[in-house]
Design a protein around this ligand. Sequence first.
Ligand code: MN
Length: 226
Amino acid sequence: MRYVIEPPPVATVPVVGGGLFPVRRVYCIGRNYAAHAVEMGGDPNREPPFFFQKNPDDLDPSGRFPYPRRSSNVHHEVELAVALAAGGEDIPVERALACVFGYAVAIDMTRRDLQDEAKKLQRPWEIAKAFARSAPIGELVPASAIGHPSRGAVTLAVDGELRQSGDLAQMIWKVPEIVATLSQYFTLAPGDVILTGTPSGVGPVGRGQVMEAAIEGVGRLRVEVV
Ligand code: MN
């Protein structure tokens, strides 16, 4: 059977050392660092994780972030991205890391004004989170090269001024637990990418500014807001 329209292109993320990682789905975890949970008005304790999604082609490796329409308060959230080479349902915590292909630095860009309104009205978050090019991402580094980072500085600076500074070790839910829990709700599969939450210090950016994100042991990401 032939397609009745041209099939859309596969979203991809470049891999350090060559090749492209094809993206199937993008899952994100909310409030996964205690200090950020508090700054968002939440509970810093280990309440069950909650998830939302972005679209595969929201991942943008171009290094340019077009300031989105319909918002005047767009925030940066630097996050460790986890890319899966295998999936399944009810993945045990102790087998979760074996599903991971690699890691990257990503930024969960958020139309905070629209998110605040959605929260107030108890509406879903898509318009705040899943807009075009809302997840700048750096090159994926295979776990075969760097292992599975569980500690290391997570930082984001805007125009050279440090805004976010945390450590992977501060994650409330660790990568294996995130993969295991997600797989209880969704059938995970190769190509899935998970953004694992952001440390405190989120804040607005504007056109012309430059975001520089880094995760120790993983990489760096420079993004110009245009
Ligand atoms: Mn986030």
